[in-house]
Ligand binder design. Structure first.
Ligand code: NAD
Length: 491
């Protein structure tokens, strides 16, 4: 378990900000209480980052040399994968099965961006005069990465790997509910030999250390993953200093089951889409549209399958639905369900915390299916970020496209049908960053990810992921050896 010291520009130091308490939500036991980062700690990290990033030892490193460093970080994550998984499970309550997968994905992300870096060619542009014209990329300088609590090691890697690959210094601020695994990442990065100063991990309050990172003139970019309102406030501040931001925000993703779908595949996909990670996933398929002809039979199967899901302790490999991140978050999820009931929704299953034995000690909430409401109900508009599914019937393609799009968010959607042209049409018509056809919640680091509308702006992952952390520069080099003609007579 990390000691709770902060990683400030390569030095382990005790923070001077407000106390952070990491709690194991499966039983309420305290993992660690420690002082988070204050603005003064952040300023020290920025100072060290500035010096380290400007050092030719880093700026001048060749791509293949920097790639080697990233590959060593990937090795470090793999070598410590069990430890990382356990820390993350204690920090978040996620199942060990899931946190092991997240650790593997974080290693894969560092390895992928090492490869991208080594193969990211610069371009000579088409020559239109007697000059060699080139388009090249430079590091931005200091990048702040601000991450949420739901998949910390994976979100951290998704930002830190491309930002370091691009030659920047990175200041990472994890969420206060899940600070420990990011500190463990700092230990691995340091052991891999990253020069001091280039990486800091600063858990702390959004309004103090988060604001400092966004407002400080030396921070050239903020890459943010979190809630839409936080992202919107951050973007307003970024506009003041004309700073680029990338925003990965919330979602209320529609999953659509047509009457010709393979029902076994669809039931499994819908269940996984909403109830894995206990629904604490930006891309959770939280609005389910089922075509009228199969609606009742499909929903009956879904409810029965939901009631067979194993809700349990995160260290138990049989567990499918683990506790939520925090007792406060469970209360927030329960409040959403209560509001839906007040608006007329009926609970088909779940709708409460389970009781007895280990359930009484942890922040558990039963997988919940709600029906009988309209697409305009709050439960269909607002992100719950918990194991709560709203089910709605639909008649035809045009109706479901209109309803799918009738939402402020635009992160992802799922389409279940055997009719491929229809899946393609509907997928293209829904305004979301990702479309899953006959599958759901699948990811690949080589495939870009991001949202539309209130789900954010910018894309992460993919070969262009590294360019999001670079400044593009055009270079013209004269090939004629003659003075420019305009100045002719005067020279
Ligand atoms: P949040 O917005 O409360 O916090 C996210 C991060 O921002 C945390 O580190 C927090 O401390 C920090 N923060 C808070 N106030 C800040 C401020 N004023 N300035 C700078 N930073 C500040 O979100 P959360 O509750 O941690 O995470 C859940 C949300 O994240 C959900 O809405 C979910 O959909 C979203 N999310 C999106 C994606 C995606 O890729 N689109 C992925 C995961 C989570």
């Amino acid at each position: 378990m990390p000691e709770g010291k902060l990683f400030i520009g390569g030095e382990w130091e005790t923070g001077t900000g407000a106390a952070i308490t990491s709690v194991f939500p499966a039983d309420g036991s305290v993992n660690r209480v420690f002082a988070g980062a204050s603005a003064a700690d952040g300023l020290r990290a920025i100072e060290r980052a500035r010096a380290a990033q400007a050092d030719p030892a880093w700026r001048g490193l060749r791509a293949h040399e920097r790639a080697r460093l990233l590959a060593r970080i990937a090795d470090g994550i793999e070598a410590n994968a069990d430890r990382i998984a356990r820390i993350q499970t204690l920090d978040t309550g996620k199942t060990l099965r899931e946190t092991r997968a997240l650790a593997a994905s974080a290693a894969g992300t560092f390895r992928y961006f090492a490869a991208v870096l080594e193969t990211a060619d610069e371009a000579l542009t088409v020559q239109r005069g007697e000059a060699l014209t080139a388009s090249v990329h430079e590091p931005l300088g200091l990048v702040a990465a601000i991450t949420p609590w739901n998949s910390p090691i994976a979100s951290d890697a998704q930002k830190v790997a491309p930002a370091l690959a691009a030659g920047n210094a990175v200041l990472l601020k994890p969420a206060s509910w899940s600070p420990l695994v990011s500190l463990e990442l700092a230990r691995i990065v340091a052991a891999a030999g990253l020069p001091k100063g280039l990486f800091s991990v600063l858990p702390g309050a959004g309004r103090e250390i988060g604001n400092l990172l966004v407002e400080h003139p030396d921070i050239a970019k903020v890459s943010f993953t979190g809630g839409t309102e936080t992202g919107r406030a951050l973007a307003r501040k970024a506009a003041e200093k004309l700073m680029p931001v990338s925003l990965e925000l919330g979602g209320k993703s529609p999953t659509i089951v047509f009457d010709d779908a393979d029902i076994d595949l669809a039931v499994a996909g819908v269940l996984y889409g909403i109830f894995s990670s206990s629904g604490q996933s930006c891309i959770a398929g939280s609005r389910l549209f089922v075509q009228r002809g199969i609606h009742d039979a499909f929903v009956a199967r879904l409810v029965a399958a939901t009631e067979r899901l194993r809700v349990g302790h995160p260290f138990d490999d049989a567990t499918q639905v683990a506790p939520l991140i925090h007792f406060d978050h469970r209360d927030a999820v329960a409040a959403h369900v209560a509001a839906a009931r007040a608006e007329g929704a009926s609970v088909l299953t779940g709708g409460r915390a389970p009781g007895g034995g280990l359930y009484d000690r942890g922040a558990y909430y039963l997988p919940t299916i709600l029906a009988g409401m309209d697409n305009t109900a709050r439960i269909c508009r607002e992100e719950v970020f918990g194991p709560v599914l709203a089910v709605l019937p639909f008649e035809d393609e045009a109706e479901v496209i209109a309803k799918g799009n009738d939402n402020a968010y635009g992160l992802a959607c799922g389409i279940w049908t055997r009719d491929f042209p229809r899946a393609w049409r509907v997928g293209r018509a829904l305004r979301t960053g990702t479309v899953w056809i006959n599958t759901y919640k699948q990811f690949s680091i080589s495939t870009p990810f991001g949202g539309e509308k209130d789900s954010g702006m910018g894309r992460e992952k993919g070969r262009d992921g590294i360019r999001a952390y670079m400044a593009q520069k055009s270079v013209y080099t004269d090939l004629s050896g003659r003075p420019l003609p305009w100045a002719g007579g005067a020279v």
